[in-house]
Write a protein of this length. Structure first.
Length: 379
């Protein structure tokens, strides 16, 4: 079965430009009537990672949220806006990035995703039980509004990864701990979560994306498009092509391909709109990869010896660190501590979840490649 993905040019966040691009992106894949029915209560799930100004490119732009909310209202639906940041309240993040103001101006309910409930995952899932915010289950459907960004552990955070925001706040850290050091295992859990919730529509904000040390400490990059699909796996697969990357670099989509999900293959995707070729980016800066096929191909005794010399790890730049201690709070293994006038990571027990790097508000944590990988690129 073919899955539709649309890519529409959009050069700025002016309300009129965004509304036109979002409307066209949805129209190209079946129209709003394919996704919204009168009277339905639909959760709009933006990326609200942290309380940052919208200009930082960390969160979904409020004008994208506004456009989708208004389209749902015009179609007779009832939108609610919600997310669950890993640290801090959704209200605080929403106020800082402008999404709460949009909710207030449109008289749309703003719903923090805070109440954990356990559900039984689908057959074949990595984790048999999943933890999801009850608020995300008390709606008729989900419209997923991700931001295109890099990610230290998952390489890129796009449509599927954005659904991890339906896990309540600090519980995300525990799921990192449960998944352990294996990024593939963690990717499988995120895919399980996505398949359970199955958002009916994904509209991606890629007018300004984030490259480099994402998902919070990277650099904004003008990429000039809105993309949409009824299937986020397909949309993410197209984004891998747009950025000139490989499926093997993106654990979530690689996992979907392993499971035989048709939307993970370009052979099963039909692209509409302004065409993928017009948006290709060959020099999009990405974080150092934390996984390697080379190590996995070695005998076990060698793989264990070489893993640390190949695997990337978080590195605190003491000169930029303010000693706020947030990294200590978010570390699932409690291996970050204050000593000798600074904050340090015990790399011996680090599982490379990169929660510390992801949440550092001062951009003081970088991703440092293992010494062997720096010497021999491509490992």
């Amino acid at each position: 079965m073919t899955t539709d993905v649309s890519i529409i040019k959009c050069r700025g966040y002016e309300a009129g430009l965004i509304r036109r691009a979002v409307e066209e992106s949805i129209e190209k894949i079946g129209g709003v009537e394919s996704f919204v029915r009168k009277g339905e209560r639909l959760l709009l799930k933006p990326n609200m990672l942290a309380a940052k100004e919208v200009s930082a490119g960390v969160t979904t732009h409020p004008e994208v949220v506004r456009a989708v909310a208004q389209i749902v209202i015009d179609a007779g639906g009832v939108p609610v806006i919600g997310d669950s940041p890993a640290m801090g309240s959704a209200l605080k993040v929403g106020k800082k990035c402008g999404i709460l103001k949009v909710a207030e101006e449109l008289s749309v309910e703003f719903v923090p995703l805070v109440t954990p409930v356990h559900v039984e995952a689908q057959e074949g899932a990595v984790f048999k039980r999943l933890e999801i915010a009850k608020e995300a289950l008390q709606v008729d459907g989900i419209i997923n509004l991700p931001k295109l960004k890099t990610h230290a552990q998952m390489f890129l955070t796009m449509g599927v990864k954005n659904i991890f925001g339906c896990v309540p706040g600090k519980r995300k850290v525990q799921w990192h701990f449960s998944a352990g050091i294996d990024s593939t295992h963690f990717a499988g859990m995120i895919l399980d979560l996505y398949l359970y919730l199955q958002p009916r529509l994904t509209v991606m904000d890629a007018v300004i994306s984030m490259e480099g040390n994402g998902p919070m400490s990277g650099e904004p990059r003008q990429t000039n498009f809105i993309a949409a699909s009824p299937e986020a796996i397909a949309l993410d697969r197209v984004m891998i092509e747009v950025l000139g990357r490989k499926v093997e670099e993106v654990p979530i989509i690689q996992n979907a391909a392993w499971r035989g999900i048709e939307a993970a293959s370009m052979d099963n995707i039909k692209i509409h709109g302004d065409g993928m070729e017009n948006f290709r980016i060959d020099n999009f800066k990405v974080p150092p990869t934390m996984h390697t096929n080379f190590a996995a191909s070695l005998p076990e005794f060698l793989e264990k010896r070489l893993r640390k010399s190949i695997t990337s790890r978080p590195h605190i730049r003491q000169s930029q660190c303010t000693k706020c201690g947030l990294c200590i709070k978010v570390c699932p293994l409690n291996i970050i501590s204050r000593r000798e006038g600074g904050i340090y990571i015990d790399h011996k027990d680090c599982i490379r979840c990169f929660c510390c790097q992801e949440m550092c508000p001062w951009h003081a944590i970088d991703i440092k490649e293992g010494w062997l990988k720096r010497i021999v690129p491509g490992l």
